[in-house]
Design a protein around this ligand. Sequence first.
Ligand code: NAD
Length: 425
Amino acid sequence: MSVTRRTATNVLLDTALKNFYGAAEEMGLSENLIAILSSSERRLEVSVPVEMDDGSIRVFKGYRVQHSSAIGPAKGGIRFHPDVDVDECEALAMLMTWKCSLAGIPYGGAKGGIACDPLTMSAKEKERMSRAFAARIAPIIGTWQDVPAPDVNTGGQEMVWFMDTISKLRGHVEPGVFTGKPISYWGSKGRTAATGYGVATCGLELLRALGKEPKAATVAVQGFGNVGSYTASTMVEAGAKVLAISDVTGTYYSPKGIDIKKAFEHISSHPKKLLEGFTCDGCEKKGLSDVLFAECDILFPCALEGAINDKTVGEVKAKYIVEGANGPVTPEGDAILDKKGVLVVPDFLANSGGVIGSYFEWAQNLSGYFWTEEEYNSRLMHIMKGNFKLVWDYAQSRKVKMRRAAFMAAIQRVADVERLRGVFL
Ligand code: NAD
């Protein structure tokens, strides 16, 4: 008996469902498990009243969706953005289930957010909104229940407001209920570089699997923010030559190799942390999209979603793509890359260093004992290498693309646990 397939008007949710159904059917998952895993355990909508600085009250809509807690506490970020809605949260929650499962960490998937424009709000308004939201979702979050983290437009400061509110409501300090906290307040050394470090580790493991030397590899990195900058610096440390980097101000290209240390120094002294005005030996400034078209071995798109699409993909010359950003290759772009024979390491494998880092923070919070940065990095590298090998081997043995293999391996682990636990709730 086949169960009705869910569809959604929200593109992100519809794509998440299609990806799930495609992989689940290919791996022969039972219809019962398909029915369970295509639904979310909980979709919570809350109203968030906030006293604005002018004395008026605004009521924002907030959401927390828990897709699965089969493996462990649900895990996923909270974003502040005008476009946040419950379907978008559900799509992202579902992706978190697969990302955590593939990463081999003991979490399910969740996502939340508030539909608001934080850029137009004062710090005090944001604090009141954050605290009211934390109080509203308090009944369904907790160290062993659901552990939120930063996402678009939220960071360490919001996590402190959230955690402080929950701790006060519960009458005790509860650091493990949020991750992504500042180092000075229950955060973790190593977290800043974790995602980029993990992305680069996937690039290096790919080279190794193909029998290539990092020292002979050329690289281009789109985006020089948190993910892109640490991806580039880790590749350079391994001996690769970074031919091009970019940010919103354009592409910076040098056939001699970009001086990444200098680029770091440049952005840290730039008031908006941009590459604007950057130069180094042989450096030439090019257009915004030119980084994507650099002739190189590995292209790391680490900026925004949809960068490699039906319009840009034709000019991509890289042999391999390692997705640092979330969803940087559209489904249309992916199909064309496949025809061109370009191998893609998918986002939820490549950028999982962030959530693995969150798991490290949570583990340290539980034990009340902090690791050194060296311990953090060596454990992260060990896990990333293992996960890369898992997906690589799965793809080789099933003769599927790495993206499909990653979905299948991730779904398999959740399905196995669902089977073990049986249906109760
Ligand atoms: P960030 O804001 O620190 O950096 C983004 C960079 O992209 C900036 O350099 C920005 O100038 C650049 N950029 C934006 N639009 C661009 C364009 N059109 N062309 C070229 N460059 C452009 O963000 P981040 O934290 O590095 O995140 C980047 C991506 O990685 C996002 O998709 C994010 O969801 C994903 N991601 C981040 C983490 C993390 O831990 N930070 C974890 C997993 C996934």
